[in-house]
Design a protein. Structure first.
Length: 156
């Protein structure tokens, strides 16, 4: 895995960084971890897979940070329940050294203020379709943490 990415420091903790260049649409790696079937499960790193399923990612995938303009997404087959394989896919060209990010797209009832610094930051870590459900918009503050395109994580 060292030839694919490295864990490094970011202004908000640890992050996952590309160790080499990736073209758009590339399946970078299979995300390892434990798929948990419990609608109430929660942790600092879990990723909602829809329905009652969550992924508790192992290292280094637990360091995939959120961006409102991510350069990656998680993909999996909707036919498998729970998902048998989950992949990290580039949705933009990624340069060596660039942080790999996904859109967490949390539901409005779990939204927290966002500090991703993306040009089109929503101000909240929230599903773009549920942004209108929040009581007040967060001020957009660019901290320069990311500079990527946009697309939410989706099943294939």
């Amino acid at each position: 895995m060292d030839d694919l990415f490295r864990v490094g420091d970011t202004p908000y903790g640890k992050g996952l960084f590309a160790a080499r260049r990736f073209s758009k649409g590339r399946l970078i790696a299979e995300v390892t971890g434990e798929v948990i079937d419990d609608e109430d499960y929660s942790s600092s790193y879990c990723i909602d897979l829809g329905g009652t399923f969550s992924l508790e990612p192992g290292e280094p995938y637990r360091y995939l940070n959120h961006s409102c303009e991510p350069n990656c997404c998680l993909v999996y087959s909707e036919e498998d329940e729970p998902p048998a394989q989950i992949w990290l896919e580039s949705i933009l060209p990624i340069a060596a050294g660039e942080q790999l990010t996904i859109d967490y797209a949390w539901p409005a009832n779990a939204a927290i203020p966002c500090g991703c610094g993306a040009r089109l930051c929503r101000g909240w870590i929230v599903d773009p379709d549920e942004l209108n459900l929040l009581d007040s918009p967060q001020p957009k503050q660019s901290k320069g943490f990311t500079d990527s395109g946009s697309s939410p994580a989706v099943p294939i």
